[in-house]
Design a protein around this ligand. Structure first.
Ligand SMILES: C[S@+](CC[C@H](N)C(=O)[O-])C[C@H]1O[C@@H](n2cnc3c(N)ncnc32)[C@H](O)[C@@H]1O
Length: 343
């Protein structure tokens, strides 16, 4: 941990691969555990728990989460991890499976302790230069953007790069557009944050203490359909991955006073309807009651972001800013910030 405190803000990397995989159809899921551990070693984190379903494998990490789909990998890490150091080994090991990188998306919020970040994460400029050096030249449609907000300490950093084939594939119309929410919450309600501390010598494992926190905090009710893989750190801290068919969700909590932070991320479909999206957001706000929250929505339609503002305002938060930008292959990113309404 940095001398100042634990850096909860995650870095998030999503890589898409193309290539024929006639033998197995499971693509990247063929990467064995030892290979994944080697890749994570470069990032400076380890696996603490894992579970998979028919569609993907999910891993809770010492610093956040990893999701492995046949042609897509998502790694989210916090603390002082060096997430971008996973790109080179992932390109290498996927090529052995006959897969080649076709799209890269990198995003993160503003670090709480930016001076504690190691290379290549000391600045967004450095991260972008690093990515441009390691990515194959065919990912030539690229863009880096810092999306500001009215809150001086909250900006959203996004980089995306794609090859032509993936760009064309992403532009094909689809009846049910998918979206991704990346939610960052700070200044958590201290009573609610207290539920993510373990008692001294509680006699529980990380798994059993995690299960209890999932139940006691209401996290288990956010998506009752999801199969949850949870883990409680000692003396405090919590991570979970939710698996609902091919959709994942993930929550990470740093409950310490002074730098408390929680994140929620999920994928969904606009066809699920405004009611479902609003219901999920309201439940998330009620689990943590944050002072400040940012919601980054990645989608090909702007309609979802309007539903976000409506739902979050109904649970006592005011929208302070909304920034919109377009990225090749990633689509439209809408970055909204909210603060608790003072009564
Ligand atoms: C890994 S979790 C969740 C990280 C997540 N990005 C977040 O802050 O929302 C981090 C919390 O677990 C605590 N923790 C306890 N032991 C830890 C360990 N061995 N590795 C990482 N975090 C640990 C940290 O102090 C912090 O409160």
């Amino acid at each position: 941990m940095a001398a100042s405190g634990f850096e909860g803000i995650e870095k998030r990397l999503e890589l898409h691969f193309s290539g024929d995989d006639p033998m197995t159809g499971i693509g990247l899921r063929q990467l064995d555990f030892q290979t994944l551990e080697e890749i994570l070693h470069a990032v400076q984190c380890t696996v603490v728990s894992s579970v998979g379903n028919h569609f993907f494998d999910s891993y809770v990490l010492s610093e956040s989460s990893l999701f492995v789909y046949p042609h897509k990998i998502i790694i989210k890490t916090c603390g002082t991890t060096q997430l971008l150091k996973s790109v080179r080994p992932l390109i290498h090991y996927s090529s052995i499976l006959g897969l080649s990188l076709s799209c890269c998306k990198y995003s993160r919020g503003s670090f709480i302790f930016p001076k504690s970040q190691p290379y290549p994460h000391t600045s967004f400029e450095q991260e972008v230069v690093y990515l441009q050096n390691v990515l194959p030249k065919k990912l030539c449609y690229k863009k880096a953007s810092l999306m500001p907000s009215k809150l001086a300490t909250h900006a959203w950093h996004v980089f995306s790069a794609t090859d032509e084939a993936h760009l064309i594939f992403m532009q094909e119309p689809s009846p049910c557009t998918n979206f991704t929410f990346e939610i960052c919450m700070t200044e958590l309600d201290s009573v609610l944050a207290g539920k993510f501390f373990r008692g001294p010598n509680d006699g529980k494992t990380g798994d059993s203490a995690g299960k209890l926190m999932t139940e006691m905090t209401g996290i288990g009710k956010i998506n009752p359909r999801a199969h949850i893989c949870d883990f409680a750190f000692d003396p405090c801290g919590y991570s979970m991955n939710g698996l609902d068919g091919e959709k994942y969700s993930t929550i990470h909590v740093t409950p310490e006073e002074g730098f408390s932070y929680a994140s929620f991320e999920c994928v969904g479909s606009v066809c699920e309807g405004g009611g479902y999206i609003g219901d999920v957001l309201k439940k998330v706000v009620q689990v943590f009651r944050p002072g400040t929250m940012s919601v980054s929505t990645t989608c090909n339609s702007r309609e979802v972001a309007a539903r976000v503002a409506k739902a979050v305002e109904q649970v006592g938060m005011n929208c302070r800013s909304c920034t919109v930008d377009e990225f090749p292959a990633a689509g439209t990113v809408v970055f909204q910030t909210f603060t608790t309404r003072r009564t």
